[in-house]
Write a protein that binds this ligand. Structure first.
Ligand code: GLU
Length: 488
């Protein structure tokens, strides 16, 4: 049978970069093996799950090009034979009930009436006595009278799984190898909350089984849940899926990647101007590599090269500098038309080049293609082409336009360019060099004030192409105006 894998996010925030990596690995695994990649929304946390978050997951996955073959459809409805794909909806339809009944009737689950205070006290005592702070199983053997008494007090029970007291839980993880847990260190986890909602550990097992998931590929922060889930499979007489826990992602300081390290949401990377294909490439290398440590993958190559054997169990470090470098590599590979297409939303957002001729915009945007790392930096780099006047950077003015020779240079260049027949790169440069000679200056002493006068800054695209694209009228106007900024 072909593998069936799933990405099962909880909609309690944005789509985290770690979640996107899990989705990517599941998708790559499915594509490589001819299997199916399912999306399931684990929204059983009724307090923290939100519709906005579901939307953020859909949007994030779609933007990243990680569309799923089976699951809910963003426009409503669903695709696949194993729905509903929202756990809250599955709970509403009573899908979990027969399994609850079965475990209860077989004595593999029981009602627990302990209050929060009692549980806190239990934990405190365990800590004092240096025991692991696990539930002590005091409600395992309640009599009918005890239960009735608790109910009379208005207590609402949770349902706990009866964990075996002895023995070990052992399974093979495709990435971590053999994992072994002493059952006495596990605990009677809650399957159903007092609200009647299933917990993650319970619903996840039932759904993975009912949805015929063959491989559970997820972050290794779930390793500690796996023995609990494994025991539940056994209790229900089911064959557990194969597990593959992906390595942890650390921030540059060696602690687990979190908000403290900066951006963690996929949408934030979109805003910054990452190309989804670059982000995919980067995330693929967080915990996976080819034998020859290939860095950049051509379209379709990740899909054909990905394999679970190449996944490492040691933590991966998220390196924003490398991510930006990789994005720059992808930007350089774009054709002029593609770059314009990708840059347009960022230009529009910044209000730069609105209404400009498309071909002109393309030429301008491509001027510095080899330098870009992020699409969102493009508007600031090209804005002076479109503004009525450049925004002058104070330091550049001080350093360049306040030089004693600057007024004479600007005046001479304005005259030369006004008289120049062919206002293109080559002749524009010849005129500037001639001016330097005539005034007894070095070429740089002419080039620098020219650049600052027309763009407001000391850095930018190739000077004479930039002047050509700006056009005679703007260049002359700006040379004249900039004269006022020079020292008198
Ligand atoms: N809902 C869980 C999470 O978002 C999924 C864990 C799993 O894949 O089993 O972390």
């Amino acid at each position: 049978m072909k593998p069936r894998v799933r990405f099962a996010p909880s909609p309690t925030g944005h789509l985290h970069i770690g979640g996107a990596r899990t989705a990517l690995f599941n998708r790559l695994f499915a594509l490589k093996t001819g299997g199916t990649y399912v999306l399931r929304i684990e929204d059983t946390d009724e307090l923290r799950s939100t519709e906005d978050s579901v939307k953020a997951i859909f949007d994030g996955l779609q933007w990243m090009g990680l569309s799923w073959q089976e699951g809910p459809l963003p426009e409503g409805g669903e695709h696949g034979d194993f729905g509903p794909y929202f756990q809250a909806e599955r709970a509403k339809r009573g899908i979990y009930q027969p399994f609850i009944d079965k475990l209860l009737s077989e004595g593999k689950a029981y009602h627990c009436y302990c209050s929060t205070e009692e549980l806190d006290e239990m934990r405190r005592r365990a800590q004092l006595e240096k025991r692991p702070p696990r539930y002590d199983g005091r409600c395992r053997q309640l009599t009918a009278e005890q239960k009735a008494a608790f109910q009379a007090q208005g207590r609402k029970p949770v349902l706990r799984f009866r964990m075996p007291d002895d023995g070990v839980t052992e399974f093979q993880d495709l990435i971590h190898g053999s994992l072994r847990f002493e059952n006495k260190l596990l605990y009677d986890f809650i399957m159903v909350k007092a609200s009647g909602y299933p917990t993650y550990n319970f619903a996840c097992v039932i759904d993975d089984h009912l949805m015929q998931i063959s491989h559970v590929v997820r972050g290794d922060d779930h390793i500690s849940n796996t023995p609990l889930q494994y025991q539940l499979y056994k209790a229900l007489g089911w064959e557990p899926p194969v597990f593959a826990h992906l390595s942890m992602i650390l921030g540059p300081d060696g602690t687990r990647l979190s908000k403290r390290h900066g951006h963690t949401g996929v949408q934030e990377y979109r805003k910054m101007g990452l190309l989804p294909e670059a982000l995919r490439n980067y995330l693929a290398l967080l915990g996976w590599s080819t034998a020859d440590s290939q860095q950049i993958f051509a379209p379709g190559e990740l899909e054909s090269k990905f394999n679970i054997e190449g996944c490492q169990k040691s933590p991966a470090t998220f390196d924003p500098v490398k991510l930006n470098w990789m994005n720059g590599e992808y930007i350089r590979q774009l054709s002029a038309d593609q770059l314009l297409e990708r840059a347009l939303p960022y230009l529009q957002e910044a209000g730069v080049g609105v209404g400009a001729d498309r071909e002109y915009l393309k030429k301008v945007v491509c001027l510095e293609q080899e330098k870009y790392k992020l699409l969102a930096e493009i508007p600031k780099l090209v804005d002076f082409f479109f503004l009525p006047e450049p925004v002058f950077d104070a330091k550049s003015v001080e350093k360049v336009l306040k030089k004693p020779e600057a007024p004479a240079v600007l005046e001479a260049m304005r005259k030369k360019y006004a008289a120049l027949g062919d206002f293109t790169e080559g002749p524009l440069e010849l005129e500037a060099r001639a001016c330097a000679k005539e005034l007894g200056l070095k070429a740089g002493q002419v080039f620098h004030p020219l650049r600052v006068a027309v763009s407001g800054r000391t850095e930018g695209p190739t000077l004479f192409r930039m002047l050509e694209y700006l056009g005679r009228e703007k260049v002359l106007q700006r040379l004249e105006k900039a004269a006022a900024l020079c020292a008198v």
